[in-house]
Design a protein around this ligand. Sequence first.
Ligand code: ADP
Ligand code: ASP
Ligand code: MG
Length: 420
Amino acid sequence: MAALVVQKYGGSSVADATKIKHVARRVARERDAGSDLVVVVSAMGDTTDHLLDLAASITDEPDAREMDLLLATGEHISGTLVAMALQAIGVPAISLTGAQAGIRTDTTHGKARIANVDPSRVREEIARGKVVIVAGFQGSTGDEHRTGEVTTLGRGGSDTTAVALAARLQADRCEIYTDVEGIYTTDPRVVPDARLLPVIGYEEMLEMAQQGAQVMQTRAVELGWVNGVVIAVRSTFSDHPGTLIKEVSAMELRDKVRGVALDRKVAKVTLVGVPDRPGIARGIFDPLAAAGISVDMIVQNVGHAGTTDLSFTVPAVELPRTRKIIEPIVKAEGFRDLVTADDVAKISIVGAGIQNAPGYAARMFGALADAGVNIGMISTSDIRITCIIPSADLDRAARALHAAFRLEAPEAVEGGVGRV
Ligand code: ADP
Ligand code: ASP
Ligand code: MG
């Protein structure tokens, strides 16, 4: 039986007609090698951003259902064009919307989760000898809800479409094609000597994605982990084998930092003069949770004279909604002030080797201090240490941490960072 390969091409890989034709030739080559193919596409170039801007120029509060129907069109354009490009070079192909491809989601417009995949239509088209192009980043609500409402999966969601299809179809390979050669120790556009990782474990990749490494959507890594899908991240424009994201045995997890994740899209909220009594935190964070706003780092200062200051971060895109929810609470509870800032960024060191090794935090703070970078907030997990810093310092901080942990050095000779 022919191997089944799921490939996903990101926005910059299908940004114009020339690139779409290049993608079609790449797909044709894989087909000539004897594979069946499902090809997931993102919207061309910055299409999704343009659609968001267009909606924002009409209204401050676009209806979530209409917004999803609008955003989904970006992937319809690229999907149809890739299908035409394949047909033009003699490859039978059909494009499907997410709904036609059986991607069923919950009803959370803007960041819907895939509930299940009905693979019947995709399988039928493959059996007819066609390359199946699937519009990424979208699905539709399933039978238990009002059926057929179009949903989107959150920014970068085409990665998740690809991994979900690979899992459901039990594909032999799942390949994410993008504009860099794979997963690097940090964003190679910021740190020129970032090193390509041949392999990274799901846990470390998940943490990198959660902390801002946009190269893979967080949900896609999660889905891959849960379903044991080995994900290859590769370049559309070269034949380099790229990076494999897969289960890595504990023995292979060396005592070291794997990478540095950067997130520019962060906003900080500070509540000044908050009464120091039980229930206050719930009064603030319950309404944010109910609105689906994910609060990240939370720092409460030591109280003085019955009041305290409370700071937390949210994704920058959620700042206007956050202010709207918090402002009435500030008034009603008599907090002294509400201060927000979007000129902050998040920088994290990530690595399973950080676990139980106290030296890493000191080393990170030391490297940032030497680079003259002021730390605003700190948080940690088992395998990560994160600092909030001024966004103007992010690139310098990234280079400093990359050098301090010697991430440019090939793994074979590096020997890890000592536990100090
Ligand atoms: P696509 O449109 O193909 O989905 P994205 O823009 O979503 O591509 O993701 C690729 C980008 O992710 C790269 O161009 C790179 O700048 C950025 N990136 C951030 N961190 C990393 C990392 N650790 N390794 C590789 N790329 C990274
Ligand atoms: N086009 C969508 C976005 O820009 C989805 C994706 O690219 O994966 O977020
Ligand atoms: Mg992406």
